[in-house]
Design a protein around this ligand. Structure first.
Ligand code: ADP
Ligand code: MG
Length: 249
């Protein structure tokens, strides 16, 4: 990474707009994520949280505004999107593992195809990441034979195996039975403590309070309020934030 890139925030978003037809989903989003920062995004269903996250790696195309990731303008037609995307790990609510591949293959296939690693190197990296998420020894199992929490930890290990500069999580624990949530949050907490830059859409207010450096509350396509998670959660300034928190806390 060159000097100008490292001086820039990890993610800088300016005046981002995105509509689907007449549905104006994001109507002027401005914020940034610093290196090593954990930003949690909360807000009602339909407020545009997933769309925002998906714009960051151009799974959705913004209508206007600017998104700069590690100093690279990802809306610039000249930008090599695959190169930028390979630096951004993404974890979805529905795991999205390859069902016809065992756990090890799930972790090695993109390493070999995208990163050009040998099978041996990819396997070593995969095993280290499976150990990291507490699933060492499960490499020959197929996703269907794992619990949802284990599948999500495999998905995290798969993303980590690509050596991302940052990780985007879209409600990573929302599809899980309550007793499986803790193990996934624990893995995310470890990542945060190791300095990973993270953007996390979540309803886990305990995680946001404990691990988040910044909390962003979205409603109706805008950021209504942002700040220190402990302050926003205990003393929300905006009436819309208060109304939302009174329902979820
Ligand atoms: P959240 O993640 O906060 O629940 P989303 O970003 O998923 O919100 O959705 C915001 C709005 O955008 C919703 O009204 C949703 O129906 C709409 N939307 C999201 N993705 C698409 C899409 N691919 N096509 C059309 N509408 C979409
Ligand atoms: Mg969503």
């Amino acid at each position: 990474m060159n000097a100008s890139a490292s001086a820039a925030p990890a993610i800088q978003i300016r005046d981002l707009h995105k509509s689907f037809g007449s549905n104006r989903v994001l109507t002027g989003i401005d914020f940034h994520v610093d290196h090593g920062e954990v930003v949690c995004v909360i807000g009602p269903s339909g407020s545009g949280k997933s769309t925002l996250l998906r714009c960051v790696n151009r799974l959705e195309e913004p209508d206007s505004g600017q998104i700069v990731v590690e100093g690279i303008d990802i809306c610039d037609p000249e930008t090599d999107l695959d190169a930028v995307r390979s630096r951004i790990g993404m974890v979805f609510q529905q795991f999205n593992l390859f069902p016809h591949m065992n756990v090890l293959r799930n972790l090695t296939v993109a390493q070999q195809k995208v990163k050009g690693r040998s099978k041996k190197e990819a396997t070593e990296i995969a095993r280290a990441n499976l150990d990291k998420v507490g699933l060492g020894g499960r490499e020959n199992v197929y996703p269907a034979h794992l619990s949802g929490g284990q599948q999500q930890r495999v998905a995290i290990a798969r993303a980590l195996s690509m050596d991302p500069d940052m990780m985007l999580f879209d409600e990573p624990t929302s599809a899980l039975d309550p007793e499986l949530v803790g193990d996934v949050l624990e893995v995310m907490k470890t990542l945060a403590s190791e300095g990973m830059t993270m953007m996390v859409v979540t309803h886990e207010m305990g995680f946001a309070r404990e691990v988040g450096d910044k909390l962003v509350f979205m409603d109706g396509g805008v950021i209504v309020e942002e700040g220190d998670p402990r302050e926003v959660l205990s003393n929300p300034q905006h009436e819309r934030t208060q109304a939302f928190l009174s329902k979820v806390l």
